[in-house]
Design a binder for this molecule. Sequence first.
Ligand SMILES: [Zn+2]
Length: 213
Amino acid sequence: MLIPYHRQILREAIGGKFSERALKIITDANAKQDYLRGQIGHDEYHFDNNAMAESYAYIEENRTQIHSALQNGDVEAAWTAFGRLTHTAQDFYAHSNYIPLWLAQFDTKSAPPASDVIHDDEEIIQSPDLHSGKLYYPLELFSYIPFIGKFVMPLLPKDSHAWMNIDSPKQGKIFDYTFAAAVKVTRDELEKVLAELTKEESILFLAYNSPHD
Ligand SMILES: [Zn+2]
């Protein structure tokens, strides 16, 4: 998903829960996953290349890091880990065919509004039909270049990231479902983190006591 949407999703999902300073640190860490260094060789950051188990493990790993950072009183490291974790959780809906599979149960005209999307349908999550886009380098890179892209697209298989991604509103109305699902999963991820923390750790993480931020 494109960085501006990751930012909007975070603000909409958890904006009211954190101070502006915390939200900025979370958002910057989330966005950084899409820098070049996080793009190459890191399928688990983005649910790319069918790295489902690895991506779930990466989310889990960051959740553990949040807890240990808070135990050490390092709240910034905890926010950074939360930023990384939310990036992966959000990319699931942009890079897999979860949303197309969910929408497939409705006639095109009877699909519920995007805000009603069910983001955690276990049947779809466990389905053998669920897969995510593969990165076919270097062709994938050329597909993003204006004018050249349209000549490259027919050369790329339909299971490529270039064909499958729902990274921006350029993909059409379907992006609204991706966005709404990503907002919902971000809230879930915050709940999961908080469930593992003591009261004191939660207060530190949410920075209730820093009105000056
Ligand atoms: Zn990404």
